[in-house]
Design a protein. Structure first.
Length: 337
């Protein structure tokens, strides 16, 4: 039974009273540490100077808040050369000096903060009998030790907005483990190069086409292979297609004036060749629009639908059928037939 009780009350404390109130449970205890040493010189001392009371928030009991009121002793230092003549005994394993909560509660709140952040973590902690402010949880996150992560083999590099339009930073992501590994305070090549030199072992760097990241990657990891990440490739293709179709608006309007109905040529509609070519069946090439023979007044509406189908291309994987249909060369330039 004593062993089980030690999980609730630290063994170095002697419980003097247990009070139940509307605001929770209050435990009055006395420190009974035997080996008390000066925190400066390390010499033991048994000369008691005075006593005072520390109040510590502890883990809840069945969601009832628990408060420890511990009577702690002050001692005279036995070392005459020690600069600290009077010191307070430490509650080793219970709480840090000058802390207002026990170590086990601080660890629990840190877990809440790391998982949920400030506001949501504070709400959950209050429901579990540990009222705390969001700012306190954020301070616990800053004080938490950094976990050592292995250097990623495939590193993703991209910028992110701290204050959109004003201040930007750089986020580094381990693409093999799908998790962020670090955040840099700016998006300069020098910062990226310094990080890469401090973390050797990166084999592949996926980045956007910005020149600063290219220079930083070459300077920090000259042996790493640089590739353009898939999102930026598709995003650039979508921008190119949109600009192309906007530039052909005069041709489309002329085709609308000449035809009343639109009959798509049987061999010019894009077909779904494989699961990778997930595009709308109404997609056609620009050259096919001029060869449509019969028509209607809805040609401009078809033109609008054609332009609207450009934006969903950002989420598509470009398959061989689409590449041959649009006559794309290796540089991403659209060839007209």
């Amino acid at each position: 039974m004593a062993t089980e009780a030690s999980f609730l009350i630290p063994p170095s404390l002697h419980v003097a009273a247990l009070l139940l109130g509307d605001d929770g449970v209050t435990i009055r205890a006395v420190s009974e540490a035997i080996d008390v040493r000066c925190p400066v010189c390390g010499d033991p001392s048994d000369r008691v100077h005075s006593r005072y009371e520390r109040t510590l928030a502890d883990l809840p009991w069945a969601r009832f808040a628990v408060r420890l009121e511990v009577r702690v002793r002050r001692f005279f230092c036995a070392n005459p050369t020690c600069p600290r003549q009077i010191f307070a005994e430490r509650l080793a394993g219970i709480a840090q000096p000058a802390a207002h909560r026990t170590e086990r509660q601080r660890e629990r709140l840190t877990d809440f903060a790391l998982a949920l952040g400030g506001e949501a973590g504070a709400r959950l902690a209050a429901k579990h009998g540990m009222p705390v402010s969001p700012d306190t949880l954020l301070r616990l996150i800053r004080a938490a030790p950094e976990r050592e992560l292995p250097t990623p083999t495939v590193l993703g590099v991209d910028d992110w907005a701290i204050h959109k339009g004003l201040t930007y930073g750089t986020i580094l992501v381990d693409l093999g483990r799908h998790r962020p590994v670090d955040v840099l305070s700016d998006r300069s090549g020098e910062s990226l190069a310094a990080w890469l030199r401090a973390h050797p072992g990166v084999a592949v760097i996926a980045r956007d086409r910005g020149g600063a990241y290219a220079e930083g990657a070459r300077a920090g990891a000259p042996d790493a292979t640089q590739v353009a990440d898939r999102w930026h490739l598709v995003d650039n293709l979508a921008d190119t297609l949109e600009a192309f179709f906007r530039s052909k608006s005069a041709c489309l309007k002329a085709a609308a004036a000449l035809t009343d109905e639109v009959v798509a040529p049987p061999n010019r509609l894009l077909k779904l060749v494989s699961s990778e070519d997930r595009v709308c069946s109404t997609w056609t090439t620009a050259s096919s629009l001029n060869s449509w023979s019969t028509g209607s007044k809805s040609t401009l509406a078809n033109h609008s639908r054609l332009r609207a189908s450009v934006r969903p291309m950002r989420a598509l994987r470009i398959g061989p059928a689409l590449r041959s249909m649009l006559d794309l060369d290796k540089t991403g330039v659209i060839g007209l037939t």
